[in-house]
Design a binder for this molecule. Structure first.
Ligand code: PRP
Ligand code: URA
Length: 212
């Protein structure tokens, strides 16, 4: 696959371990949900590395000192329904003040094109760093459409955070939105004829919410 400057693929033994369990058909809904949350925390750590901080004064039991804290209200996360919802708690564990917007989209089974059905975004989202959450980056259609929508609302600093990506999805997203930084936990082999990621984990929404 062509290398893209703005794509970070986390390659870490703990991530590989958690993803191996996540993929397995034997993993139950409760464990699946917990693993999505944990992997999202690890992705958040990486994706928020360059978050701006501001100076505050803190009094320790011994002295006053200058410290750095992350500015509140500086970040919004936007899960793509349904599966992106499973990642919100992982971000909030590390960054509890992140605002949350929601974009509802599903892939048409035949065309694989995203169909938008819901959108509710936080006030002043255009002033925040905005991170699209979706565990699966398959054809890249849903991510591209969600980012297009955010750009139309004036967002400028947009990132994509996904757990499993197919090369096809990375290529489409990086080519369509070269300004968007992409963080993924693992890059898989390819898509199958139905647009599912291989080896993948199946339908992320169904596995998170136990709908099949
Ligand atoms: C899944 C997934 C992404 C999309 C990825 O959602 O959560 O949103 O597919 O595929 P793409 O990269 O080819 O667009 P799905 O359409 O299954 O909706 P659901 O979460 O409501 O089941
Ligand atoms: N959506 C999923 O949930 N899984 C895939 O493999 C592709 C799209």
């Amino acid at each position: 696959m062509k290398k893209f400057d703005n794509v970070t693929i986390l390659d870490h033994p703990l991530i590989r371990h958690k993803i191996a369990i996540l993929r397995s058909v034997e993993t139950c809904t409760k464990d699946f949900r917990e693993l999505v949350e944990e992997i999202t925390m690890l992705l958040t750590y990486e994706a928020f590395k360059d978050l701006p901080t501001q100076e505050v004064e803190v009094t320790t039991p011994l002295v006053k000192c200058k410290q750095q804290v992350v500015a509140e209200n500086s970040v919004a996360v936007v899960p793509v329904l349904r599966a992106g919802l499973g990642m919100v708690s992982g971000v909030h564990k590390l960054f509890p003040t992140a605002k949350v917007g929601h974009i509802g989209m599903y892939r048409d089974e035949k065309t694989l094109k995203p169909q938008e059905y819901y959108c509710k975004l936080p006030d002043s989202i255009e002033k925040k760093r905005t991170i699209v959450l979706d565990p699966m980056l398959a054809t890249g259609g849903s991510a591209c459409a969600a980012i297009e929508l955010l750009k139309n609302r004036g967002c400028k600093d947009i990132r994509q955070m996904s757990i499993i990506a197919a090369p096809e999805g990375i290529q489409k997203l990086a080519a369509t939105h070269p300004d968007v930084k992409i963080f993924v936990a693992v890059l898989d082999e390819k898509l199958n004829e139905n647009g599912y990621i291989l080896p993948g984990l199946g339908d992320a929404g169904d596995r998170l919410f136990g709908t099949k």
